[in-house]
Design a protein around this ligand. Structure first.
Ligand SMILES: *[C@@H]1O[C@H](CO)[C@@H](O)[C@H](O)[C@H]1NC(C)=O
Ligand SMILES: *[C@@H]1O[C@H](CO)[C@@H](O)[C@H](O)[C@H]1NC(C)=O
Ligand SMILES: *[C@@H]1O[C@H](CO)[C@@H](O)[C@H](O)[C@H]1NC(C)=O
Ligand SMILES: *[C@@H]1O[C@H](CO)[C@@H](O)[C@H](O)[C@H]1NC(C)=O
Ligand SMILES: *[C@@H]1O[C@H](CO)[C@@H](O)[C@H](O)[C@H]1NC(C)=O
Ligand SMILES: *[C@@H]1O[C@H](CO)[C@@H](O)[C@H](O)[C@H]1NC(C)=O
Length: 271
């Protein structure tokens, strides 16, 4: 289900190419899986989840949960995630990020729905349901891809999500048993203007999720990358974090942190 190419706690210095940007947003990419993928980095200490503290998360303008599986946060980490979302933090989930933290209500609401199952990977057609969004505006109306077509345990529209992409079920084979109602059209990517994981009284940031991105080669595809980067940029443009909002409580890095060396390219610094 999860691709096997990553396991890291990575800082991405997202370059906002627009002059209105107050300053450079900082994005955290969290790609932990449980159980860990042993072939990747057998010697790497398992400490990613201990970095989920209020102080650490408060540096970031968005958190990207990338292809996670299983119980990737402990209770301290879940509390820090809740606090981060309450303070205006933005959220992005990619691929199997809907298949982790499956009993954590705040996470399920913030990402929109939980993964149920997928048929074997195959070619499929994705229909662009809403082309007005920065993650979809560049896509062909009928996007031919090779990926896992996820089914979900609930309809993300139930928490207020707007569906952007829909799997064309006539374009691929799925012999699995549907036990849940995921709504129609078949949700494949969606956004929430106000992430539903925020608690009452909090400042909701934005949430974006796409179920695509299983294969390595997909991550070398310019169209797919435009979809991903459009989703991340849109989430950041909530203006609820310090990069774009001087009165915000989270985001925009920490001048005293060693890893904030600026970089013109995404920098993968594993910690
Ligand atoms: C994907 O890429 C990673 C890193 O290059 C490699 O280790 C892995 O084997 C690749 N996975 C597949 C399924 O090709
Ligand atoms: C970040 O997490 C590490 C590991 O738990 C911790 O030692 C450090 O104090 C945290 N930093 C902040 C600013 O919270
Ligand atoms: C959550 O996922 C675990 C595997 O990580 C599984 O054993 C458990 O049954 C799942 N629980 C629910 C409520 O889906
Ligand atoms: C699936 O699509 C790829 C192009 O994305 C194509 O090269 C391949 O032949 C297709 N496979 C099948 C079984 O149609
Ligand atoms: C964020 O700020 C920009 C620049 O002022 C504005 O164009 C945009 O509409 C704002 N977004 C939101 C969600 O308020
Ligand atoms: C800026 O941040 C403050 C404090 O979190 C929040 O109340 C306000 O709504 C934010 N502004 C925007 C445009 O979201």
């Amino acid at each position: 289900m999860a691709p096997t190419f990553h396991r890291s706690f990575v800082c991405l210095f997202f370059l906002h190419g627009v002059s209105m940007a107050a300053s450079t947003p900082h994005v955290l990419i969290y790609s932990a899986t449980e159980p860990e993928t042993p072939i990747l980095s057998p010697s790497m200490p398992r400490k990613d989840r201990t970095l989920f503290t209020d102080g650490n998360l408060s540096q970031y303008d968005a958190l990207v949960f990338l292809s996670n599986t299983g119980e990737v946060l402990d209770d301290t980490g879940k509390d820090a995630l809740q606090n981060y979302l309450n303070l205006g933090g933005n959220f992005v989930g990619i691929h199997s990020a809907t298949d982790c933290l499956n009993t954590t209500e705040l996470y399920g609401k913030e990402i929109g729905a939980y993964f149920d199952y997928h048929p074997e990977i195959q070619n499929a057609t994705i229909n662009v349901v809403d082309a007005s969004h920065p993650s979809t505006s560049m896509l062909p109306a009928q996007w031919q891809i090779r990926d896992e077509m996820y089914n979900f345990k609930s309809d993300p529209r139930n928490v207020g999500a707007v569906v952007l992409l829909s799997a064309d079920e006539s374009s691929y084979t799925d012999d699995g048993e549907r036990k849940y109602d995921q709504g129609s059209p078949h949700p494949t990517a969606w956004y929430q203007e106000q992430g539903a994981g925020v608690q009452d009284g909090g400042t909701p940031g934005r949430s974006f999720y796409t179920s695509l991105g299983h294969l390595n080669e997909t991550w070398h595809d310019e169209t797919f990358m435009a979809h991903i980067m459009g989703g991340i940029q849109w989430a950041l443009d909530a203006n609820t974090t310090r990069a774009f909002n001087s009165s915000a409580s989270v985001g925009n890095g920490d001048a005293s942190a060693a890893e904030t060396t600026s970089s013109s390219a995404p920098e993968a610094s594993q910690s």
